[in-house]
Write a new protein. Structure first.
Length: 257
């Protein structure tokens, strides 16, 4: 039986005037429907390249990449993407920014407006529907971008370092909000981060990537009960997961200490 998202011996090589650049090497990862998988690793290890391949925005060089058993060679309809930058349209209000997704997929705006309002309410933004992006904080803007990605009810949600530019307090708040939303919807989420603690807090599994070329160093199941309050980060079990991941990175030369 196939997995929801299958990555098998995936390689990504970029052409160069000097010599080919091997961005990803022999990536093997099967993701089941409803999982929350976090990918963590240092800059330059190919995390974002892997996500662009999953999103159908980058062709793979070799290997297999499939969603629902179908090869990914273009952006799948059943997918939403959230980037580090919110990419909101400054001349549109918040409701219209969410409904942009309807226009991209040639869907009836009027049909999807109730869904957009529901999502914005879920993320605490019902009072801001007619506001413009410049009137919102960074955390609120990122909430809007998540609502936009979820408008068409995708089963796969790809998130590339979505909270990396936010202050720690807002990041904590959005981590808790995202977990709550995931528990309610059970979307399949692939979440990229540089933060080990964020990965352990959110993930059902944490995938560790090494660089030179980008490859998977280890995969750790996170067996902490849900829902996870922020206080779980103070527990011995949480600390043990963080230490295990740091030790793995130390063994492959990411940490020198």
């Amino acid at each position: 039986m196939s997995s929801f998202l299958e990555i098998e011996r995936l390689n990504k090589v970029y052409a160069s005037e000097r010599k080919p650049i091997h961005a990803l090497q022999d990536i093997d990862l099967h993701i089941e429907e409803g999982e929350f998988v976090c990918i963590v690793g240092p800059s330059g290890c190919g995390k974002s390249t892997l996500m662009r391949c999953m999103a159908g925005l980058e062709p793979i060089t070799s290997g297999r990449l499939a969603l629902h058993g179908r090869p990914i060679d273009a952006p799948p309809d059943d997918m939403g993407v959230v980037f580090q930058r919110d990419l909101l349209l400054e001349w549109r209000n918040i409701l219209d920014n969410v409904l942009v997704a309807a226009e991209f997929h040639d869907r009836d705006r009027r049909e999807l407006e109730p869904r957009a309002r529901e999502l914005l309410g879920l993320f605490g933004l019902s009072a801001y529907l007619d506001r413009f992006p410049r009137e919102l904080s960074g955390g609120m803007r990122q909430r809007v971008s998540i609502c936009r990605a979820m408008l068409l009810d995708p089963q796969l949600l790809l998130m590339d370092e979505p909270f990396g530019a936010l202050d720690p307090f807002t990041r904590d708040e959005l981590n808790a909000e995202l977990q709550r939303t995931w528990l309610e919807t059970r979307k399949t989420v692939v979440f990229i981060t540089h933060s080990i603690t964020e990965a352990v807090f959110l993930g059902s599994r944490v995938v560790m990537m090494a660089r030179g070329p980008g490859r998977i160093a280890d995969v750790v199941p996170i067996e902490l009960e849900r829902p996870r309050g922020l206080e779980v980060r103070e527990t011995a079990a949480f600390a043990a997961y963080v230490a295990r991941i740091r030790d793995t990175f130390r063994e492959i030369g990411i940490y020198k200490g």
